[in-house]
Design a binder for this molecule. Structure first.
Ligand code: UDP
Ligand code: MG
Length: 204
């Protein structure tokens, strides 16, 4: 990928904003599809001073906005594939800048090594820690099939593909941060209220 170009654009984006500030806090919120990332991030925002940025939501908004990348993004999401980092990183950077905040929950990103390296190269912020929602696959599948949010990727065929991508591409990212002692693992197979008790303990 054209890292130089992205880095230049990113530097332009970052300068003059709170992101140029050195004390920006980023928490990556990771876990399989249906592990409860979005639900728990909404809870965290109610109690702590974070801005919640879901990479998946930003990509879905990009489709709706009619951007030139929309069709490509839509095709990839429908097939459970990971959108190229240059697209996702720029959406995250823009949202971070527009928020005016300096504390971020980045939900559902980085999903593979390419995502992780691109974020590091462009945004140049190490996560404070990684919140990892560990949930059995059969429970995640049940949740996805009953959540009814009208998502084109919540069908059994795409769900199976997303599980495979998670195991093959996203778990290695979690292992990378685990080797650096940065992963807080949460047992996410329980009811949401119980999971949030464990989450609160991490942020308190
Ligand atoms: N996606 C992506 N890059 C990201 C985040 C999401 O390519 O950084 C795409 C990917 O196709 C994924 C879909 O968006 O399967 C939905 O992601 P989201 O995090 O919304 O849902 P989850 O799979 O975690 O339930
Ligand atoms: Mg989500």
């Amino acid at each position: 990928m054209r890292m130089g170009t992205i880095a230049d654009a990113a530097n332009k984006e970052a300068s003059g904003s709170s992101l140029a500030n050195e004390k920006v806090t980023v928490v990556f919120v990771l876990g399989g599809p249906g592990s409860g990332k979005g639900t728990q991030c909404a809870n965290i925002v109610q109690h702590f001073r974070y801005t919640h940025l879901s990479a998946g939501d930003l990509l879905r908004e990009e489709i709706k906005s009619g951007s030139g990348n929309g069709t490509m993004i839509q095709t990839m999401i429908k097939d459970g594939k990971i959108v190229p980092s240059e697209v996702t990183v720029m959406l995250l950077l823009r949202a971070m800048r527009e928020s005016g905040n300096d504390k971020f929950l980045i939900d559902g990103f980085p999903r593979n090594e390419e995502n992780r390296v691109a974020f590091e190269a462009v945004i140049n912020i190490e996560p404070a820690f990684v919140l990892y929602f560990d949930c059995p696959e059969d429970e995640m599948e049940r949740r996805l099939l009953k959540r009814n949010q009208g998502r084109e990727d919540d069908n059994i065929v795409t769900i199976r593909k997303r599980f495979k991508v998670f195991m093959e591409s996203s778990l290695p990212v979690i292992e990378y941060y685990n080797s650096k002692g940065k992963v807080c693992k949460i047992d996410a197979g329980k009811p949401a209220e119980e999971v949030f008790e464990a989450v609160k303990a991490v942020f308190a």
